[in-house]
Each structure stands twice: as structure tokens, then as C-alpha cells.
Design a protein around this ligand. Structure first.
Ligand code: NAP
Length: 353
């Protein structure tokens, strides 16, 4: 029996995780948390809002599914990695923001870090834990979001409702907007760098509009392995929670007789500058990825509230990155201070945008 704690249990990933747990006899839900929604006896231990560390200490889970959205998930990621408890990580923002700190405590703790992001779950499976030197490069696929094919001027007047209409995935609002700007793919490039120890120049991105190919690994011998499947987050959630068992999941199998479309397109960096900004912040290192993440969270919230146009999102992020110092944070308190300062700078940039 694996004892599972689900953080962010009321969200899109959290709810799908509860379904997966329900279907596996050897998974036991021991704790659940949310930001503000009630949990009504969902698990033996529950917590609404606040720092999840006390909940986790009491629950003593074998695996923590971190499905909180945004920087708010950082304490749980660091706690889990430090204790050597297995971490099923959906909350990519915590690994992006805490990067080097997270790697250091992961190494100390010695537990498993199992990605739930579908692209990274795909890479984890295709990589089979082979050393980075056997890998030529990895390729993350992106659907391109609802605005794929539009040029910059065609993005001037898009609304939050337009941005929330994702063509292939049904997700929470923040990641859906991130998919529309391609910031999500930028966060994923940084996430892949930290998860798999690869330099940024060996992490590529390509548009694959039907979201059937989740990622590819190009090996040094010329072979390329792809991970394919219909877009359904219950697959990578189940993979992470039942690892290494690869348990039965009752979902439709890939059907080659029903017109599978596997086209690939390059990214339009002029219309979607967030991917390049994220990559640059990753290459700069230090706390720049944390700043990128914080500025993006502020800008996305302002866009959803109607305070910022869609094209203002990269503007705010770029200005914040220019104004920030980017020195590495020594510990969690330092990181929280970097995040807070970046949010302050982003709020200033909002006024100017
Ligand atoms: N959705 C997907 O298909 C998908 C795919 C890949 C990766 N991810 C990643 O998974 C994470 C969750 O995404 P989602 O789409 O499930 O988001 P979501 O639907 O917005 O759910 C977010 C969850 O986080 C909780 N939460 C929000 N603020 C919190 C805070 N300050 N403290 C504690 N809990 C808080 C929410 O609680 P309340 O309900 O009470 O607000 C909710 O349970 C994100 O990092 C996202 O990038 C999602």
C-alpha cells in the first residue's frame, strides 16, 4: 500500500489524481490540501490554505503529488525532496523557481522525483535513466495553444476567454494562459534542464498540434524515441503514483485507423516571445528563472482580471527580468524574498505597460 498526499486536490490535476487513486487498490489517500476551497472529509487529514509542511509531517506519506499551482508549491517540493519522500511533481513552477536549491536537497534526500507534466513523464520514460552523455538532445512538443498560426498583430485584441479555450487539453486557468503564450513551454524547458541535467542548447521545442506526441529523445547513435498517446493527464499521473509498476489504466488505446495526425511545425518566436524569455532566464541562471516565473504569475493574473492585454504579458516579464538582480538565493527564505521582489517589480512594470 502506498500512502499518497495530494496537494492542490481541488484543481484539475488534483481531481484527476483522486480518480486514479480511487481506481488503484494499492494507493491510499492519506492527506489532501487546497488553497481556499473546502475539502469536506476528502481524506483522513486535510488542510485549506497555509503552509502544507505540518500536514505532510503528520501524514507521513510515501509519495507526495504536488499539484498546487504556482510558486505557492515551493515549500512542499523542498520538504518532500529533503525528506527523501517520492515526489510526483505537477507543480513545475516550484522546480523552475527553486532549481539549484531543489537539486541540492533532492541529492541529500535521495527520494524519487517523478515528473507528472506529460512531456517530462514522456522524456523520463524514453530516457530510461541513461546518462546525459548518451543523449544528443531532447524535444518537448507544444500544442501551440488556441492562437497557433496567428501573427503578432492578430494577438492584440485577444481576450481571457479566447486564451482559455485550449484546443487539446482541459486544465486550470493559469497553465491554460501559459499554453496560449508558450510561457508553459518555457517553464518546461527549464524544468527539463533541472530534471534531466541537460544544458539548454540540447533541449528543443517543436509544435505538434494534436498533442499526441508528448516528447522525443534523440540519442547520440542517431536513434530517436518518441512517446505517443492521447492527451489525458491520468496517464502520467498514474505512471508517477504507481511507479515502477506501470499499473492498468482504463483509457482508449491509440487507434491508427481513426486518422491520427502527427504534423510538426516550428515555433513562431515573434508572435510568442515568452519561450525565448524563459530560455534566456534559464541560461542566465541564478535566480532569473524564479524572477521569470514570478513576473509571469503577476502578468497572467492581471491579464485574467482584464488589467493587461495579452501582448502585455511578455512586456511585463521582459521588463521585470531587466530590472531584477538575479543573484542566486542561498535558502528558501532567500528565494521567497527574490520571488516577492520580482512580484513588486512586475507590478511596477504593469503600470507602465
Ligand atoms: N492541468 C493540467 O493538465 C496540467 C498539466 C501539466 C502540469 N500542470 C501543472 O500542475 C499544477 C496545477 O495545475 P492545475 O491545472 O491543476 O491548476 P488548478 O486547476 O488551478 O488547481 C490548482 C490547485 O492549487 C491549489 N492552490 C492554489 N493556490 C494555492 C495556495 N496558495 N496554496 C495551496 N494550494 C493552492 C488550488 O486550491 P483551490 O481550488 O482552493 O484554489 C487547486 O487545488 C500547475 O503547476 C500546472 O502547471 C497541470
Amino acid at each position: 500500500m502506498k500512502r499518497v498526499a495530494v496537494l492542490g486536490a481541488t484543481g484539475s490535476i488534483g481531481r484527476q489524481a483522486l480518480e486514479v487513486i480511487e481506481q488503484h487498490d494499492d494507493l491510499e489517500l492519506v492527506a489532501a490540501s487546497s488553497g481556499s476551497q473546502p475539502l469536506d472529509g476528502m481524506a483522513p487529514l486535510t488542510q485549506v490554505g497555509g503552509d502544507p509542511v505540518d500536514l505532510l509531517e503528520q501524514a507521513e506519506p510515501d509519495v507526495v503529488l504536488n499539484a498546487v499551482v504556482g510558486f505557492a508549491g515551493v515549500q512542499a517540493t523542498l520538504w518532500t525532496l529533503e525528506r527523501g519522500v517520492d515526489l510526483a511533481l505537477a507543480n513545475k513552477e516550484s522546480l523552475v523557481a527553486a532549481g539549484d536549491l531543489a537539486l541540492a536537497v533532492w541529492q541529500q534526500g535521495g527520494g524519487r522525483l517523478l515528473p507528472v507534466d506529460s512531456e517530462h513523464s514522456a522524456l523520463f520514460q524514453c530516457l530510461e535513466r541513461r546518462p546525459p552523455e548518451t543523449v544528443d538532445s531532447v524535444v518537448l512538443t507544444a500544442s501551440g495553444g488556441p492562437f497557433r498560426g496567428r501573427n503578432r498583430s492578430e494577438l492584440e485584441d485577444v481576450t481571457p476567454d479566447d486564451a482559455l479555450a485550449h484546443p487539446t487539453w482541459s486544465m486550470g486557468p493559469k497553465i491554460t494562459v501559459d499554453s496560449a503564450t508558450l510561457a508553459n513551454k518555457g517553464l518546461e524547458v527549464i524544468e527539463a534542464h533541472f530534471l534531466f541535467g541537460l544544458p539548454y542548447e540540447r533541449i528543443d521545442v517543436v509544435i505538434q498540434p494534436t498533442s499526441v506526441v508528448h516528447a522525443l529523445v534523440r540519442y547520440r547513435d542517431g536513434a530517436a524515441l518518441a512517446h505517443v498517446g492521447y492527451p489525458d493527464m491520468r496517464v502520467p499521473i498514474s505512471f508517477a503514483l504507481t511507479y515502477p509498476e506501470r499499473a492498468q489504466v482504463d483509457l482508449p488505446r491509440l487507434d491508427f485507423s481513426s486518422g491520427l495526425v502527427l504534423e510538426f511545425e516550428p515555433v513562431d518566436h515573434d508572435a510568442f516571445p515568452m519561450l525565448g524569455l524563459a530560455r534566456r532566464s534559464g541560461e542566465q541562471g541564478g535566480s532569473y528563472p524564479c524572477v521569470f516565473n514570478a513576473a509571469n504569475e503577476v502578468a497572467v493574473a492581471a491579464f485574467l482580471e482584464g488589467r493587461l492585454p495579452f501582448l502585455g504579458i511578455p512586456e511585463v516579464v521582459e521588463r521585470t527580468l531587466e530590472a531584477a538582480e538575479g543573484a542566486p538565493a542561498a535558502d528558501l527564505d532567500g528565494l521567497i524574498a527574490v520571488d516577492a521582489e520580482a512580484r513588486r517589480l512586475a507590478e511596477q512594470a504593469l503600470v507602465a505597460a
